[in-house]
Design a protein around this ligand. Sequence first.
Ligand SMILES: [Zn+2]
Length: 188
Amino acid sequence: MRERRYVVRRILKPSAELIWFSRLDPQEKRLVRDAIDRRECAQAPYSHYHVGAAVIGRGTVFVGCNVERASYSQTTHAEQGAIDSLVATYGPTPIDAIAVAGAPAGCPWRLDEMEREPSSSPDWDEAVSGAAFPCGQCRQIIWENANGNRDLPVLCAVQRTGWVIRTTIGTLFPYPFGPDDLGLKIFR
Ligand SMILES: [Zn+2]
């Protein structure tokens, strides 16, 4: 039988690293801090899982949190809320980075301790299990406003610690479907 060869459409360059909060650059710190703060606003009486998100677009930060409804399917996710706020302000606009912080209600994050140096060494497996990554639906939503930038930073705060997983939308969503596939450019 003849061997079939498949062409990989894009070369994947997965990337993810664990960084302590105080070592992030000022813009990334602002996004992570805003995402953590915004969890406080979550309306999550069903899941009791609070998520905050912050995006930057046109140099301005917009925030969102999860908002649940009794019908469940009408729940708004934090990432979507943040991106939709940006669009409601400026119209269709690409984002430059996004931060997400998710954890059960009441989970403490100590921003003052995060500004200091870490007291423990990083543990990748622990960090991955303590971080809330954007869900599948939100990866699509982030991609739609990434303007084709597979390297768009996605910062996921690890609950109860100052560790942050810095990855990219291309890593989280390696074979996306988006406006390009329909021959569209939605940003000027
Ligand atoms: Zn989501």
